[in-house]
Design a protein around this ligand. Structure first.
Ligand SMILES: Cc1cc2nc3c(=O)[nH]c(=O)nc-3n(C[C@H](O)[C@H](O)[C@H](O)COP(=O)(O)O)c2cc1C
Length: 213
């Protein structure tokens, strides 16, 4: 299966412009990782890259909860629960081998040693969608920084299936922002050293309409 090819990594070609576009096209979701830790300094660097993103009214309304080690192990039972909310849709959509691969991914998170839970701090002073979009801009930076560091990641909306469980699991329910209803889980990003090199999913055509007079 293509998903099991060895990860070759991002290969810069020398010019900044070419490398930048190469970086974008090289990024793909990684769902199988080596059982190897990511050091804390690197995680800090990735999250620092995330926070370079633009944000509506410059609110920088992202917040990241990082889990590793035992806490990450404990999360697996929640990840398995989130699979229950998703599996029926995927069963219809995916071919059997990919369905099984995805099921295994939800059970093990592909052995990714790091899970970053991404939250938005919403506020009446900014439109809801702008707040959410701002955090997703940071998440794309995080995705790209992983590639540059030779790491892989997969952004996961699945934790939204079990949002209340995740809030409790992380202790977010105890925070005053959560009690005020302002702190909202958007996704998790699992991060680690890639242990496969899946093909890039083809991009859709026809997504641009030129509106000219
Ligand atoms: C908001 C968001 C939520 C996603 N949720 C999941 C998920 O729960 N599980 C998963 O395996 N992949 C998830 N993905 C990854 C997508 O499946 C993936 O980005 C898409 O298939 C395109 O593949 P590529 O990232 O390799 O280009 C998510 C991606 C985004 C942006």
């Amino acid at each position: 299966m293509d998903e099991l090819k060895t990860y070759e990594g991002f290969q810069p070609r020398g010019s900044f412009t070419e490398d930048f576009y190469e970086l974008l096209s090289h990024r793909r979701s990684i769902r199988k990782f080596k059982k190897k830790k990511v050091d804390k300094k690197t995680i800090e660097k990735l999250l620092s890259a995330a926070t370079q993103a633009p944000s509506g009214k410059n609110r920088q309304n992202w917040h990241f909860f990082v889990t590793q080690g035992q806490k990450r192990e404990e999360y697996l039972k929640y990840s398995q629960k989130s699979w229950l909310g998703i599996k029926d849709v995927l069963k219809k959509k995916l071919k059997p081998s990919l369905y099984q691969f995805t099921e295994r991914f939800f059970y093990t998170l592909g052995d990714a040693p790091v899970i970053v839970f991404c939250y938005s701090l919403n506020s009446p002073e900014e439109r809801y969608l702008t707040s959410i979009g701002s955090v997703y801009m940071a998440i794309e930076n995080l995705n790209l920084a992983c590639v540059v560091e030779g790491l892989g990641c997969c952004t996961m909306g699945a934790p939204l299936e079990i949002k209340a469980d995740v809030d409790r699991f992380l202790g977010v329910t105890e925070l005053k922002e959560h009690k005020k209803g302002e702190l909202e889980l958007l996704c998790a990003v699992v991060i680690g050293h890639p242990d496969h090199d899946p093909p890039k999913a083809p991009r859709k055509e026809g997504v641009i309409t030129w509106v000219e007079s």
